[in-house]
Design a protein. Sequence first.
Length: 365
Amino acid sequence: MLNAFRAMAGKTDTRLERLFFFGRPLAPLYGFLMAYRSNLYRQGICKQHKLDVPVISVGNLLFGGTGKTPLVHYIAKLLLQHSRKPAILSRGYKGSATTAINVVSNTTDILLDAAEAGDEPRLLAEKLPGTPVITGKKRFTTGRFAIDTLGVDTLILDDGFQHLALKRDLDLVLFSTQKLLGNGRVLPGGELREPLSALKRAHAFIITGTDAPRNGNVQEFISFLGSLYPEKPIFTGTYQPENILARIYNGKNDTITHADACKIALYGFCGIARPESFKKTLEITGMKLTGFQAFEDHHVYSADNIQSLLHNAKKSGADGLVTTEKDLVKLRNIYPFEFPLLVLPVHLRFGEDFDRFLINHIVPA
């Protein structure tokens, strides 16, 4: 069955395929060490710290994008609707702020830019004004600060599945329909951070991007997960583009409707884990693309990058550029205003069953 899901996975970068091939002999050793580490925590040999508010972990088994940031955003909004006061704790990947506690945003202000915070924490701070976002390696330390100093009553761990030092009340593990289990092997022979047995720690599984047209295999994958862990619920989420796009143009930040954006010839670009998914979203929603350029995930844009994008866009006949919210947080202070830049927000959508499941675990009856 596992081999079947290897075949379902999206294509892997050729360079990575070569690395995985040569790393395959070491994969069993790495898998054993990760399982051994997990067992040390489970037996109490390695200490887990507990905080006195509910902790929700959002993570994955596979390296790369599975929709963690959109899910963190969704959960935070859901908690706010139920009168909770959440804070988001992130490692702050690729952010230059490296102290034990880095307050990206508090209950009133955004304090760190994308270079300091990392692009995803900064994005969450912008999309959730008034909700604290804090980065730091030790989530117990940042969580304790959020509780004692900022008065929060729920913590959300962004990319927390492998952060075993902090106990959690709810462990959510995400899979993307574009990758599923990748090649089914752990590092360095594949994209899995831990062996499949690590999923026994999860409370529920979430499969994102089930609206993607290529995946008639989703139900098979759901059945596969269900056969391994029949007691764990499985939820599916779809990505839905919003009807209003942000626009930077003529010295202003304003908005444009999706219908009007579809009348403009646009050159797309992004620096996210799954750039092809953003390109497909643009095409499916009716955007007129004259070209598209993909950068590496978490790419830091330079003035030369922007000039190259502007040159390629104009050469292709485009009248504007279009990108993601995650990219915008790194572009806002360096992008020139004379050529339109549009930003398409995309959010996750779930059924009421997921909302009930999460709230029943966190909010007292």
